[in-house]
Design a protein around this ligand. Structure first.
Ligand SMILES: Cc1cc2nc3c(=O)[nH]c(=O)nc-3n(C[C@H](O)[C@H](O)[C@H](O)COP(=O)(O)O)c2cc1C
Length: 483
C-alpha cells in the first residue's frame, strides 16, 4: 500500500474494512438508547484484538441514517487500514506525515452539502446519536471531529470534544480549559461574539487520526491529515459560518458557541473507566445540518477502556511523540514508541526503545517525554526489545531493571486526565510521573539460548515431525541473532 493517497471518502474506507472482516453489519433495527453502546462494549471486552471489528448498524429506530462505530479504532488493524499501511508501519507513516505536511485545497461545491437543512429544519433528533453509557449518562452526545477557529490568527483547530445534545437545536460542548478548541473559542467569546463551530461526521479517516493527536497549539491538524493521506484534504466553506470543513464528510453539523451561555454538562461515562461529574460548559446553537444523499452517521465509541477512543489516541500520539523525540529533540538513537491501548491520551504508559549513548541517556529521554506530554508512566528499554510483546517486556522488567537504581519519580505536573489525583484548592489536578530506565545497566553476557544454527536445525525436525505450525516470535529471532 506504499502508493496510498488516502481513501476518497469514509464510504470507501468502510467498504475496504468490510472486505477484510474489520467491519460487520447489524441488520436488525437497533434502539440507539442502549443497543449500539452495549454491543460495542461486548466486542471490545469479549474479543481479542485480532478478532475485533467495527459496527455498521443498518437501521436505527427513529432515524433515516445508519450508524457506524468503532470502524477506525476497533483494533490496530482497523487503525492501520485507515492509514493505508500494515500495522508495523503506523509510526513510519506518522513520521512521513509530520515531515511532509500537506495543506488542504478549497473546493466550491461538495458532497457534504448535497442536502442543506437550515434553522428549524436542522434537527439533531433526526440523527442517530446514541447514548453511550446507557442508564448512567445524562443523555446522548456527539463524538466526532469538532472544527473551530481562532479569531486572532484565522487558524482552524480540530479535536474531538464530546457534545451533549440538549434539544433539537442546541448542545453543550465539553470544551475544557487548556484544550486548543477552548482557547480558540475564547478568542471570539471574550469579545462578546459567537464562536463558529462545526461537527464533522465521517470525513475520511485520516482527519480523525490527526484530530485525536495532541499536536502543539497553532498546528492545523488538517495539514497533518493531508500528510497522513499523502494527498490534500479538500475543504469547503460551511453554509452558515467562515469555517472550512472536509468536503467529503457524510454529515456536517454547523453551529455557534454563544457568549456568556453555560449549562451543566454530564455526567457521562469516560475513557478512564469511570463516570464523570458535572461541569459548567459552553452552550452552542445549531445553525445548519448539511449532508450527503444517503448519508451515514459515525460516532466514535469511548467509555470503559479499551475502546475506540483509547486505541486511536494511543496510536496517533505514539507516532507524534516518537517524531518529537527524534526530530525536535534530536534523539536519533530512539527507535520505537508504543503507548498502552488502555488509556490513550493522558495518564497513560509509553514504552520507548533506544540505544543509550551513556548511562543517563535513557532517563534524559524519559524526562523529555514527562515534560512535554500528559503521559504518566515512561519505560525505556534497549532497541532489541519488542515493546509490543508482553512476554518480552515482562522479561526485561525482571532481567534488566533495578527499582532502586533505575526509577525516577517526579511530581508537580498538571494531570487533567489523571483520575488517581484529586483537584487542589484552585481546581487543578497536579500529579506525578514515573520514569523507568529498563535498559541494560550491567554486562549481561551471552543469553541462555542454544546457538542459532542448532535452533534452525531443530526447526527442520519440527517440520519433518509434522508438529503444529509455529511462527518464531520476533523476540526469539532477535535474541538468536544477538547470541
Ligand atoms: C471519543 C473521544 C472523545 C473525546 N472527548 C474529549 C472531551 O470531551 N474533551 C476533551 O478535552 N478531549 C476529548 N478527547 C480527546 C481530544 O480529542 C484529543 O486530546 C485532541 O487531541 C484534543 O485536541 P486539541 O489538543 O487540539 O485540543 C476525546 C477523544 C476521543 C477519541
Amino acid at each position: 500500500m506504499s502508493e496510498f493517497t488516502g481513501f476518497r471518502d469514509f464510504r470507501e474506507f468502510l467498504t475496504a474494512a468490510e472486505q477484510r472482516g474489520l467491519l460487520r453489519r447489524i441488520r436488525r433495527t437497533v434502539d440507539r438508547s442502549w443497543e449500539p453502546a452495549c454491543l460495542a462494549k461486548l466486542m471490545f471486552h469479549g474479543l481479542p484484538m485480532e478478532q475485533r471489528f467495527g459496527f455498521h448498524f443498518d437501521k436505527v429506530d427513529g432515524s433515516e441514517f445508519p450508524l457506524v462505530t468503532a470502524a477506525i479504532g476497533a483494533s490496530i488493524s482497523n487503525y492501520a487500514l485507515a492509514l493505508g499501511v500494515e500495522p508495523e508501519r503506523i509510526n513510519d507513516r506518522w513520521n512521513d506525515a509530520l515531515n511532509r505536511l500537506v495543506p488542504p485545497t478549497i473546493v466550491a461545491t461538495a458532497p457534504c452539502q448535497e442536502v442543506v437543512r437550515l434553522g428549524r429544519d436542522a434537527r439533531l433528533g433526526a440523527l442517530p446519536i446514541p447514548v453511550w453509557t446507557p442508564r448512567k449518562d445524562a443523555g446522548p452526545y456527539i463524538t466526532t471531529v469538532t472544527v473551530n477557529r481562532s479569531a486572532e490568527t484565522g487558524i482552524q483547530n480540530m479535536g474531538v470534544y464530546r457534545t451533549q445534545v440538549r434539544d433539537d437545536h442546541s448542545v453543550i460542548v465539553n470544551l475544557s480549559p487548556g484544550r486548543q478548541g477552548h482557547e480558540f473559542a475564547q478568542t471570539y467569546l471574550k469579545q462578546g461574539e459567537p464562536a463558529p463551530i462545526a461537527w464533522v461526521v465521517a470525513a475520511d479517516p485520516a482527519v480523525y487520526l490527526a484530530a485525536v493527536a495532541n499536536l502543539p497549539i497553532g498546528f492545523d491538524e488538517i495539514m497533518v491529515a493531508g500528510g497522513l493521506r499523502h494527498d490534500p484534504v479538500e475543504l469547503v466553506r460551511a453554509q452558515t459560518s467562515n469555517l472550512f470543513v472536509p468536503a467529503n464528510a457524510e454529515i456536517v453539523i454547523e453551529g455557534e458557541v454563544l457568549p456568556g451561555r453555560m449549562a451543566t454538562e454530564g455526567p457521562f461515562g469516560e475513557s478512564a473507566g469511570y463516570m464523570s461529574g458535572t461541569a459548567r460548559r459552553p452552550v452552542a446553537r445549531i445553525t445548519a445540518i448539511t449532508h450527503r444523499r444517503n448519508a451515514l452517521y459515525y460516532g466514535l465509541s469511548s467509555q470503559m477502556p479499551p475502546s475506540e477512543s483509547t486505541v486511536m489516541q494511543s496510536l496517533s500520539n505514539a507516532g507524534l511523540y516518537l517524531h518529537m523525540l527524534r526530530k525536535d529533540y534530536g534523539e536519533t538513537s530512539v527507535r520505537d514508541a508504543y503507548i498502552d491501548l488502555m488509556f490513550g491520551g493522558g495518564a497513560s504508559h509509553i514504552t520507548i526503545s533506544m540505544t543509550p549513548e551513556d548511562p543517563e541517556h535513557a532517563k534524559r529521554v524519559g524526562r523529555i517525554v514527562a515534560d512535554n506530554t500528559l503521559i504518566k508512566r515512561i519505560t525505556i528499554v534497549d532497541a532489541d526489545i519488542d515493546i509490543r510483546d508482553r512476554i518480552d517486556m515482562d522479561w526485561v522488567m525482571s532481567a534488566h531493571f533495578d527499582p532502586a537504581r533505575d526509577t525516577e519519580i517526579v511530581g508537580g505536573f498538571p494531570m487533567p486526565a489523571d483520575h488517581a489525583v484529586s483537584p487542589d484548592e484552585q481546581g487543578r489536578k497536579m500529579g506525578g510521573k514515573i520514569i523507568i530506565d529498563a535498559t541494560r545497566s550491567v554486562d549481561t553476557g551471552a543469553n541462555s539460548l542454544p546457538p542459532r544454527e542448532l535452533m534452525l536445525k531443530a526447526r527442520e525436525i519440527w517440520r519433518d515431525e509434522g508438529l503444529p505450525e509455529i511462527e518464531i516470535a520476533g523476540r526469539l529471532r532477535k535474541r538468536l541473532d544477538r547470541g
